[in-house]
Design a protein around this ligand. Structure first.
Ligand SMILES: [Fe+2]
Length: 247
C-alpha cells in the first residue's frame, strides 16, 4: 500500500478539547500534514474521560468539527473528517451508553474504547460487555499500551470477534512507547491478531502521523498484506460505514 492509502481511524485533531491541538491553527497544521501526504479521510477521536477536562460532549465535538471543516475549506485543504471519541473504559458504562453520552465513529455504530494504561488486575474487557451485549461493535484503542494486556496478550487474541476489533498504534510497533507496548504489539502481529493500525496523532509535531521513514520501518516489520488490510482496507470499510455524517 501507498502511504496516501492510509485512513487514520484514531487521532486527536479537534482544537481545545483534549491533549491534542490547543488552537484551530494547530488543528489546521495537523490536518495539512495529512492532506499533504495525500491522505483523504481521518476520524477525529478526542479523549472522553468523564469527570475530567477531557469530556467534550457529542455536541461540542460536532461543533468543533464544523469549525475545522470550515477552516479547511477556506485553506483549500481536502480532508474528510469523521467524528468520534476515544472513550476511556471505566467500571460502569451502561448508563452513559444508554443516555447517548458516547459518540460512535461517524455513522458506523462502532465505538473506540481505550483500556486504562495502568492496572494489572482490572480486566478492561468486563465493562466492554455493556456494549457488545447491546449489539454495539467495539474497537479497542491501543490495547498493547495497557499493562493488563501486556501481561495477558492471549486474552486479546481470544476476545477478538465480530463485535470486538483491535487497533494497534503505529508508534507502539516502532518502539515510541517503550519495550512493553512494542513487545505486545509484535506479539499481536505474530498472531495476526489485530484489525487496525492507526497513528493516535496528537500534533503535527511530536506525536504526529507517520512520515516516510516510519512507513519504511513499518514495511520492514509488517507483511504487505497485513499492512494493506489494517492501515487501508479495514479503515476504508469503517469510513464507508461512517457515512453519512450522523447529523
Ligand atoms: Fe488517542
Amino acid at each position: 500500500m501507498q502511504p496516501a492509502d492510509f485512513i487514520d481511524i484514531h487521532c486527536h485533531l479537534l482544537p481545545g478539547v483534549d491533549d491534542g491541538p490547543k488552537t484551530l491553527e494547530q488543528s489546521l497544521a495537523l490536518a495539512a500534514r495529512y492532506a499533504g501526504a495525500g491522505i483523504r479521510q481521518v476520524f477525529a477521536t478526542p479523549h472522553f474521560l468523564p469527570g475530567t477536562i477531557w469530556s467534550a460532549s457529542p455536541e461540542q465535538i460536532h461543533s468543533g468539527l464544523d469549525r475545522l471543516r470550515r477552516a479547511l475549506r477556506e485553506h483549500g485543504l481536502k480532508l474528510e473528517i469523521f467524528p468520534g471519541m476515544e472513550i476511556a473504559i471505566q467500571a460502569k458504562m451502561e448508563k452513559r451508553l444508554d443516555k447517548g453520552c458516547y459518540l460512535p465513529l461517524g455513522n458506523s455504530g462502532c465505538y473506540l474504547l481505550e483500556p486504562p494504561l495502568e492496572g494489572r488486575r482490572f480486566n478492561p474487557l468486563d465493562p466492554v460487555k455493556a456494549f457488545t451485549r447491546r449489539g454495539k461493535k467495539v474497537i479497542l484503542a491501543h490495547p498493547e499500551r495497557s499493562e493488563f494486556f501486556q501481561r495477558h496478550p492471549e486474552i486479546l487474541r481470544r476476545a477478538r470477534s465480530r463485535d470486538l476489533a483491535l487497533q494497534v498504534n503505529i508508534g507502539s510497533l516502532l518502539g515510541h512507547f517503550g519495550p512493553g507496548p512494542r513487545q505486545t504489539a509484535l506479539q499481536l502481529l505474530a498472531w495476526e491478531a489485530f484489525d487496525y493500525l492507526a497513528s493516535d496523532a496528537h500534533s503535527h509535531q511530536g506525536r504526529r502521523p507517520p512520515n516516510a521513514d516510519d512507513w519504511r520501518r513499518l514495511r520492514e516489520l509488517v507483511p504487505p498484506e497485513i499492512l494493506r488490510e489494517t492501515a487501508a482496507e479495514n479503515p476504508a470499510r469503517l469510513a464507508a460505514a461512517a457515512r453519512p455524517d450522523p447529523r
